[in-house]
Ligand binder design. Structure first.
Ligand SMILES: C[S@@+](CC[C@H](N)C(=O)[O-])C[C@H]1O[C@@H](n2cnc3c(N)ncnc32)[C@H](O)[C@@H]1O
Length: 261
């Protein structure tokens, strides 16, 4: 972990600091039988993040945090690996793994350079993990390398539309006005020492994903139920019922590279 990019180093410091705040949420999510997703806990039946049949599949969670998604995957019979940049987040994950008597690898590392051979996995997933905090020009090709032909990558992040409407101040919710240009968005640093995120327009995601060898199967614009609640201050339910504040990308690694089709 000595020779890592600056954003990975900085995000590791941030997540080691934040880990304690995320422990209770992790405990709640580990206790859930049925997966829910994103800041509004949208049910799996609505967004369908997970493949139907995970039994015996090799899967990896990129930026697993407290690893509750990994636990859901393991309970469905997948051979799961969780990787995360933060030792403190992984300490919670390991404690909960032991508490629930599950056994799967939890690695500390950078999802942009995963220590597994090519074509090791059938499925890769990230919810606000590497897909938000790692450099897409690195982690997307890396996930393509890790997946077998036909393997799927699914990730959930803030919507690009919401990013455009976010005021820079901390704890202030998205507005109904466009507050920043949509062009040339990539690496985003909010004021204060709060780490480095990556946000891409839909056109940029499509170019990057296809260039890395993926076909895009679906883009789900997440809409919470009218009664949904969240503990996050950056968007209101009124906003999220009118515009998507989160999006799910579902892509599949081409069975045959584009160049020789
Ligand atoms: C919000 S948590 C994601 C876990 C969980 N799904 C959640 O929503 O709480 C973000 C996680 O991404 C991890 N992360 C950030 N950059 C990473 C990188 N380059 N490689 C692996 N994990 C990374 C952080 O350490 C943190 O645990």
């Amino acid at each position: 972990m000595t020779d890592v990019p600056e954003h990975v180093r900085r995000n590791r410091v941030l997540w080691d600091e934040w880990a304690q705040k995320f422990a209770a949420g992790g405990e709640e999510a580990w206790a859930q039988e049925t997966p829910t997703w994103g800041i509004w806990s949208v049910p799996e039946s609505q967004v369908k993040m997970l493949p139907e049949d995970l039994a015996g599949k090799d899967v990896i969670e990129l930026g697993c945090g407290t690893a509750y998604i990994s636990s859901w995957l393991a309970r469905r019979g997948a051979r799961v690996v969780g990787i995360d940049n933060s030792a403190a987040q992984l300490a919670t994950a390991r404690r909960l793994r032991q508490h629930y008597g599950l056994d799967f690898p939890l690695l500390q590392g950078n999802a942009e350079a995963v220590p597994y051979p090519d074509a090791s996995f059938d499925f890769a997933i990230s919810e606000y993990g590497a897909c938000l905090w790692a450099d897409p020009r690195r982690w997307v090709p890396e996930s393509a390398r890790l997946l077998r032909p036909g393997g799927r990558l699914v990730f959930l992040v803030n919507s690009f539309l919401m990013l455009l409407c976010m005021p820079p101040e901390d704890n202030v919710a998205a507005t109904n006005r466009l507050l920043r240009p949509a062009f040339d968005v990539y690496r985003v640093e909010w004021p204060g020492d709060v780490g480095i995120e990556f946000h891409l327009s839909h056109g940029d995601w499509i170019r990057l994903l296809r260039g890395a060898g993926f076909e895009i199967e679906e883009l789900v614009e997440v809409r919470p139920e009218p009664t949904a609640t969240t503990r996050y201050p950056f968007v209101t339910l009124e906003w999220a019922r009118q515009w998507p504040c989160e999006e799910v990308w579902k892509v599949r690694k081409r069975a045959v590279p584009a160049a020789i089709r």
